[in-house]
Design a protein around this ligand. Structure first.
Ligand code: ATP
Ligand code: MG
Length: 556
């Protein structure tokens, strides 16, 4: 990637790592991890964390683990595990044989908890969640000790063992660290590290009915994997003292350094998994991979390229201050990638029949056009040209508005890659709707050098005989408010009702007959489109609008 070439750190984390390498900390190793909880699909925000963790390991010749942070069995499942793995791979990263689950460490975590009890640093507490909240105090008031705080080590060991063996119902007890109920940092006021949950787990089945909490699990998992730099988002800054406290008490193989960075936030979307799940569960989108979703699966299905997402994340950079990035910037990166790589083709989304009255029915010419204007390596395509063709309804106006450069009665226009035509007659159906244009074609006007006559407009078209009928899905932003989370009312009040329009009588040029799922094209003058991953069939192609041609974002 660009920055490894120059080796200049463009983010503060790389600066820290450079210093660590210089001082010999972590004996010169760089080992990171990406730790998703399998409670939903990954979103574009996660891409930042993936690129940072895997990218940092790559940059320094280190390693990056994929670790499922699976301590909440009731919210997690294997569908999420599988989609997360697929998304990380799709983005272009690989964990090789380093796939871990926090649940791999449940035995060790339990042993460490016993060690803490033995040191008098953990105790079994019988306060209900409500009582515990009340005892915890506030930002301005210290907490009060639980009545169980001075319970004897023997009693704590016995109760914890009975918690594990399933003797108590959910919520009857918790195991808490014994740190400091007066700490100004609420995270240190005897946090709960185990709770009772009689709940099946997607990895460990029914082995456990007590589950460790995130803060306790995460630092120990990092240490057991000998992670050197544990990169997480800013909201964990106040948890860092707890992370360090736990590792300082225990005999663990390493003490990783937690470093916090700013989350990626993007306008015109929501990014919390809870809300994304709500959109799915309430049927407001077709699923986690709906092309309007900010999930990596959604972006993939929409036609986003992993290269464009990685470039975007690079551009946004890694900082310590939260900010809202314009979705236009992501789209800019996507357009830049697609412009350079997507083969061109012609598609008529709302067909209007054109008959070239002076072209004989047996005229069968095959025009040859490049697939890409700047990349001859992509080759050429053939388009049959004859008497009958289709243009887009929007390229003809009977009563043109000022400045209209396309086809009008009596006017001329060039067919892209072909000839100049003139509209002689407008045919209407019984309802008065334009049903056909009868035009004449100037067969002396093919090619760039036949420009004795210039016309203002160039429009795209498809040949009637061989055009392929396809379904086209026009997608727009899911929300019509730049900050649906912060907007008045519920974020769901700001869903864009016109975010999906399905066109069932679109036509594409015959060179697309063999288009395969996920192949991306520029439909000339229309935008970038991708063959739908799931719904397209060889004999019934479905194209999704990835993005329009016009840029809305300019570098600030
Ligand atoms: P959400 O709040 O959206 O549900 P999360 O933080 O709970 O996300 P995790 O599965 O715990 O989701 O996240 C895995 C990793 O990705 C964590 O290290 C987390 O900090 C990081 N991450 C999550 N969202 C973002 C974001 N918007 N920007 C950067 N990193 C993120
Ligand atoms: Mg989380």
């Amino acid at each position: 990637m660009s920055e490894s070439a120059s080796n200049t750190p463009v983010n503060f984390i790389h600066q820290i790592i450079n210093d660590d390498l210089a001082s010999g900390k972590h004996s010169g190793r760089v080992h990171t991890r990406f730790p998703p909880e399998p409670n939903g699909y990954l979103h574009i925000g996660h891409a930042k964390s993936i690129c940072l963790n895997f990218g940092t390991a790559q940059k320094y010749g280190g390693l990056c683990n994929l670790r499922f942070d699976d301590t909440n069995p009731e919210k997690e499942n294997l569908e999420y595990v599988e989609s997360i793995k697929a998304s990380v791979k799709w983005l272009g990263f690989d964990w090789d044989d380093r796939l871990y689950y926090a649940s791999d460490y449940f035995d060790q975590l339990y042993e460490y908890a016993i060690a803490l009890i033995r040191q008098g640093k953990a105790y079994v507490c019988s306060l209900t969640p409500e009582q515990a909240r009340e005892y915890r105090g506030t930002l301005t008031e210290p907490g009060r000790p639980s009545p169980d705080r001075e319970r004897s080590i023997e009693e704590n060991l016995a109760l914890f063992s009975r918690m594990k063996s399933g003797e108590f119902p959910d919520g009857a007890f918790t195991l808490r660290l014994r740190i400091d109920m007066a700490s100004p940092n609420i995270n240190l006021r005897d946090p709960v590290i185990y709770r009772i949950k009689h709940q099946h787990h997607h990895q460990t089945g029914d082995t456990w009915c007590i589950y460790p909490m995130y803060d306790y699990t995460h630092c120990i998992s990092d240490a057991l994997e000998r992670i050197t730099h544990s990169l997480c988002t800013l909201e964990f800054e106040d948890h860092r003292p707890l992370y360090d406290w736990v590792l300082d008490q225990l005999d663990v193989p390493a003490h990783p350094q937690q470093i916090e960075f700013a989350r990626l936030n993007i306008d015109y979307t929501v990014m919390s998994k809870r809300k994304l799940k709500q959109l799915v569960d309430e049927g407001l989108v077709s699923g986690w991979s709906d092309p309007r979703m900010p999930t990596l699966e959604g972006l993939r299905r929409r036609g986003y390229a992993p290269e464009a997402i990685r470039h975007f994340v690079d551009m946004v950079g890694v900082t310590k201050s939260n900010s809202l990035v314009e979705v236009g910037q992501l789209e800019f990166c996507l357009r830049e990638f697609l412009d350079a790589t997507a083969p061109r083709a012609m598609a008529v989304l709302r067909p209007l029949r054109v008959t070239l009255t002076n072209v004989p029915a047996e005229h069968a010419e095959r025009l040859v056009l490049p697939r890409h204007p700047k990349n001859p390596a992509l080759g050429e395509r053939e388009i049959p040209f004859g008497r009958e063709l289709f243009i887009d309804r929007s390229d003809f106006e009977e009563v043109p508005p000022a400045g209209f450069k396309r086809l009008v009665p009596g006017g001329e226009v060039r067919l892209r890659g072909a000839y100049i035509i003139r509209c002689d007659d407008v045919v209407k159906d019984a309802a008065g709707r334009v049903s056909e244009l009868r035009c004449s074609c100037d067969l002396a006007t093919l090619g760039k050098n036949a420009e004795g006559r210039k016309v203002k407009g160039v429009i795209h078209w498809v040949p009637a005989a061989e055009a392929i009928p396809v379904e086209v899905r026009l997608y727009d932003r899911l929300f019509n408010h730049p900050a649906p989370d912060a907007a008045e009312g519920d974020y769901r009040d700001h869903i864009n009702a016109d975010s999906l329009q399905v066109l069932r009588d679109a036509l594409v040029e015959p060179s697309l007959a063999a288009a395969v799922p996920e192949q991306r094209f520029q439909f000339e003058r229309e935008g970038y489109f991708v063959v739908d991953r799931f719904d397209s069939r060889p004999d019934a192609l479905v194209f999704n609008l990835t993005i329009g041609l016009k840029d809305s974002w300019t570098k600030p």
